[in-house]
Design a protein around this ligand. Structure first.
Ligand code: URP
Ligand code: ZN
Ligand code: ZN
Ligand code: ZN
Length: 481
């Protein structure tokens, strides 16, 4: 199976140049000007278009059982939405219930995800601890290509990881060459504030951000960083949403700590006024954690992304329909937390990032694909347009226009947090594993076309970490008497 993209401009995280791109048997095999098509190859004219690495969304939750329901987009509809938006790989989450064996949960998620249309891989959450968890982390890392483990510092009485779990698990990550990731929010404080707000009779979605003020996130970010830095383990903070988290990350980076930060397309572009909406359904549609924030935090997030303090963008795609959100009609703490976005991320980032002059096209590629590939050890198979790389490609029309709407999106839910946003810059073609998976509004991929992606441990940054750790190894004082 050969595919030749002719007449386009290749955009990678480091350069932009004119070249044709030949894909054969799922790989990019040639990049050069004026390539002639091998016999039988499909030739696609992409004149005026950009050829970029397919998006990698490092944070999605398809089909997640959560807060008494199951996320509405499953691995079929969710990955179809990904492809329609130019994303070719998602990193989803296996989340064992406390006490559930990790391997059992992992195989459960592997079963659910078999119908994926895009490529997919998993972070595995550590929600409890005993010797079997310690052992299963090794099995997952060495046999199943899992190199990242997630810790929810929020969601008390459910999946919250307490400090003892963080210490044990971060230590284990370091032993295995894996990376720890955290949802940084102080779960005790959230719980306390939720009870207070309910007692005051503030039961609607407007109470959601009040129960999770910025310092709730800042404290947890600082705590996770402190624990990981003490252990010497690398850390990745998911969905950073406030100045306080950025400050904690920047300060840690200035000390030489390997800490990475992710920001969601939603947190960059939607502000907290949505919770004041007089329409309950519309306000509840925006209940996700951390909540949408004041404009000043959005500005800080953009600057952190521009500066490289934050390296990746994601969506935390966790879609709930109106009926599911209504489970919290009289109690905001029961509204299933989550919003969608896997289809819109690239277009939103292009519109608000590139078109506004905040990001170059090369930086766009870095924050939507390459950086995630590097941190989670997929590079250069993914996140690159290079000979030998996987043929996961988005062909981008920088002049194409679209208005984002729930009435046209692929997700199963009735709302879209970017509703009405007009974007210039859209995907026209998504190629996944060397095959055209989506083209100008038409989904060509089928259930099961997506491949499970193994992610080996010991990403390149581990070499310096280990050297550092060896040099800092404590030694006893050798006393003669
Ligand atoms: O509200 C959210 N973000 N729901 C999904 C689970 C999580 O915290 O990432
Ligand atoms: Zn150990
Ligand atoms: Zn989270
Ligand atoms: Zn999440």
């Amino acid at each position: 199976m050969a595919l030749l993209l002719k007449g386009g401009k290749v955009v990678t995280h480091e350069m932009t140049y004119t070249a044709d791109v030949l894909c054969e048997d799922g790989k990019i095999t040639r990049i050069a000007q004026d390539l002639s098509a091998p016999e039988g190859a499909e030739v696609i004219d992409v004149t005026g278009k950009l050829i970029m690495p397919g998006g990698i969304d490092p944070h999605t939750h398809m089909q997640l059982p959560f807060m008494g329901t199951v996320a509405a987009d499953d691995f079929a509809s969710g990955t179809a939405a990904a492809l329609a938006g130019g994303t070719t790989t998602i990193i989803d989450f296996v989340i064992p219930s406390p006490g559930q064996p990790l391997m059992e949960a992992y195989h459960q998620w592997r079963d659910w995800s078999e119908k994926s249309m895009s490529n997919y891989t998993f972070h595995v959450a550590i929600t409890w601890w005993d010797d079997s968890v310690h052992q299963d982390m090794e099995t997952l890392a060495t046999e199943y290509g899992i190199n990242s483990f997630k810790h929810f510092m929020a969601y008390k009485n459910a999946i919250m990881a307490t400090d003892d779990i963080l210490v044990s698990s971060f230590t284990r990550c370091m032993e295995l060459g894996a990376i720890a990731t955290v949802h940084a929010e102080n779960g005790e404080l959230v719980y306390h504030l939720q009870q207070q707000l309910m007692e005051k009779g503030i039961t609607g979605p407007e109470a959601h951000p009040l129960s999770r003020p910025p310092m709730v996130e800042g404290e947890a970010a600082y705590r996770a960083i402190s624990i990981s830095e003490t252990i010497g383990a690398p850390l990745y903070l998911v969905h950073c949403s406030v100045q306080e988290s950025i400050d904690a990350i920047r300060y840690a980076q200035s000390r030489g700590h390997h800490v990475y930060g992710e920001v969601l397309a939603g947190h960059l572009t939607v502000d907290d006024s949505v919770y004041q909406d007089a329409n309950w359904e519309r306000a509840a549609a925006h209940v996700m954690s951390p909540p949408f924030r004041e404009k000043k935090h959005q500005d800080a997030l953009w600057k952190a992304l521009q500066a490289g303090t934050l390296q990746t963008t994601a969506t935390d795609h966790c879609a709930f329909c109106n009926e599911q959100k209504a489970m919290g009609k009289d109690n905001f703490t029961q509204i299933p937390n989550g919003t969608a976005g896997v289809e819109e991320r690239l277009a939103v980032l292009w519109e608000k990032g590139v078109n506004s002059g905040k990001l170059t096209a090369n930086e766009f590629v870095a924050v939507t694909s390459t950086n995630a590939a590097k941190i989670f050890n997929l590079y250069p198979a993914k996140g690159a347009i290079a000979e030998g790389s996987d043929a996961d490609i988005v062909v981008w029309d920088p002049k194409g226009k679209k208005t984002i709407s729930a009435s046209t999106h692929m997700s199963k839910i009735e709302n879209n947090i970017f509703e009405g946003m007009e974007v210039t810059g859209v995907p026209t073609l998504t190629i996944c594993n060397g095959v055209v998976a989506w083209k100008e509004g038409e989904l060509l991929a089928k259930e099961g076309d997506g491949q499970y992606v193994m992610r080996p441990t010991y990403a390149p940054f581990y070499e310096s970490l280990q050297r550092r750790k060896a040099l800092a190894e404590p030694k006893p004082v050798n006393r003669k008497s």
